[in-house]
Write a protein that binds this ligand. Sequence first.
Ligand code: AMP
Length: 281
Amino acid sequence: MIIYKKVIDISIFLKNKRRSKQDIGFVPTMGALHKGHLSLLENSLKENSLTVCSIFVNPTQFNDKADFEKYPTTIEDDIAALEAVGCDVLFLPSVEEIYPDNLSPEPYDLGSLETLLEGKYRSGHFQGVCQVVDRLLDIVQPTTIYLGQKDYQQCMVIQKLIQLKNSNTTVFICPTAREITGLAMSSRNIRLSQHGKEAAVAIYNSLLFIKGNSNYLSLADLKNKVETKLLQSGFDSIDYVEIADGTTLESISDNTSSSSKVALIAAFIEGVRLIDNMVIS
Ligand code: AMP
């Protein structure tokens, strides 16, 4: 695996690859890699002649400075894991490489995606996500970008960004990789105690409960029951339990007719904010 730290170096390398008509698959990450990230890489490796992974903990998408500072970094293990799956290129830039002084990004028009759900609780988060993904897409110019359904709203935001930029890059969304217990894999799980990890499975069980009962209970009832269950299971606080239209993420009420529905949860346990979702129809 070749590791590039400078934009100029990876750009020259990829320009040559594009000239020889190679398909480039791209997996952007913030590191502390787990099997969820690796499943994205495996999809890319299957479908492209060249796979690029980036590891960059993007400061502009953290609205909470402490969360940024506590974000786990395990770079040596990450490199070993990438080598083991056969990743071709790792892009490992510094903040200065991604955000040089002469770069002044315009705000992205994300519509209501920016203020709903994650946007409501993490002000500015999706502008930061767009800044970094826009820059990375400019540098890598991939044929396909691989994203995880675990970050459902982020997938929609990046699809919107690609549309706003008239980019040719295709988006491939990979299913959420879970522990055997059902807990969605996340770099943030490293910060949980064993007990916390066991208790955190309540998010997955809540999503299953919503999916299994959405035809029998009112949506308000479902949300109330799930919120109570999460707090009883050891969650400290809940940002949202929402049932939303899968294409707009607008909240659904019992009378809304919507062909695709998704349940989404964000909640804190042991001071760690976890998110998960499940398509329910
Ligand atoms: P992150 O490093 O958290 O920014 O995630 C990088 C990419 O991996 C994003 O597209 C995430 O949605 C995806 N990802 C994170 N966790 C999982 C998971 N458990 N299953 C599948 N994809 C994931």
